[in-house]
Design a binder for this molecule. Structure first.
Ligand code: THG
Length: 292
């Protein structure tokens, strides 16, 4: 599993202001902290960056590259800003992301070739968010067709089916799982990526890791190639690296319908048990899902 650290982010309460004010020390401290943990890429999320996006992304890339050699994922909807980052990026970059709106795809695809980058193909269409697994498939086929026509091979495309919060429409998460089971048939050779923390957006902060970790194991069972993660959730990284086989096995058993007797589970295992049930839609989500 390829892990992409999400923490260098304009939405962060601490890093957001540091990025906006171009405070290189604070930004480099965060980059070094992610350099020290076992993530493969560092995501540089500067948001929509409508104003001075080019200077902003180029500055961020250069500031981060001064302290880490990890490959970077350039995260902005402003593709002009992304290109300014690609120009100064020393290692092979991941463009995060190119979605299916005509202007985005027309501007984005040539960048993949010009800078020999990989791309995240975000399944967001002209009508916005896909409603189910079928719409995700149609968007993926459309995206891969257009990318191939532009000369981009499938192994450079990381498809993102878009994960949504568990506190919202649960059918969206089911659609995300269902899409993952079909991806290798509809887009052979394409990779996949999910922003894991989306699933726990709006849930109690101290409980978010249970949702993120469980979601990771479930998606990886369906072949997920890569995840955008909280780089400082060491337990999540341990799970992703295969160092917590008992948690992984429990989640797999539950997905297969081989439910252990809940009375036999430790309090910690019980948390994963309840979380799987919420993510599959067997239990309804509430903020106290681990207590009931
Ligand atoms: N797909 C792709 N890219 C993405 C996403 C995706 N990029 C952005 C996002 N989703 C993934 N990154 C984050 C980064 C931070 C958080 C969630 C997802 C997050 N941050 C805390 C919050 O908002 O509460 C803030 C923490 C802080 O203040 O430091 O949850 O799906 N391709």
């Amino acid at each position: 599993m390829i892990l992409i650290g999400e923490n260098l982010n304009i939405m962060s309460k601490t890093l957001g202001p540091a990025l906006k004010e171009r405070q290189s020390a604070a930004v480099q401290e965060m980059a070094m902290a992610q350099n020290a943990v076992d993530v493969d890429y560092i995501d540089l999320n500067i948001g929509p960056a409508r104003k001075s996006g080019e200077e902003f992304m180029a500055w961020t890339v250069q500031t981060v590259q001064a302290v880490t050699a990890k490959p970077l994922s350039l995260d902005s909807t402003n593709l002009t800003a992304v290109e300014a980052g690609l120009k100064v990026c020393k290692s092979k970059a991941l463009i995060n992301s190119i979605s299916l709106q005509p202007d985005r795809i027309e501007t984005g695809l040539p960048l993949v070739n010009k800078y020999n980058a990989d791309m995240i193909g975000l399944l967001w269409g002209v009508e916005g968010m896909p409603r189910d697994a079928n719409e995700r498939c149609m968007l993926a086929v459309d995206l891969v067709y257009k990318a191939n026509a532009a000369g981009i091979t499938n192994e450079k495309i990381w498809i993102d089916p878009i994960a949504t919060p568990v506190s919202g429409e649960i059918n969206q998460l089911k659609a995300c799982f269902e899409f993952m089971t079909m991806l290798s048939d509809i887009a052979p050779g394409c990779k996949s990526v999910v922003g894991l923390s989306n699933v726990s957006n709006g849930t109690p902060v101290d409980l978010r890791p249970y949702l993120n970790r469980t979601f990771l194991v479930m998606l990886s069972r369906y072949g997920l190639y890569s995840a955008i993660v909280d780089a400082f959730d060491q337990e999540l990284i341990d799970i992703a690296r295969g160092r917590r086989p008992e948690i992984t096995q429990l989640i797999h058993n539950l997905m297969d319908g081989n439910s252990p007797d809940p009375k036999s589970l430790s309090p910690e295992a019980m948390k994963y048990y309840k979380t799987v049930r919420v993510l599959t839609g067997e239990s309804l989500y509430s903020h106290s899902w681990l207590d009931i």
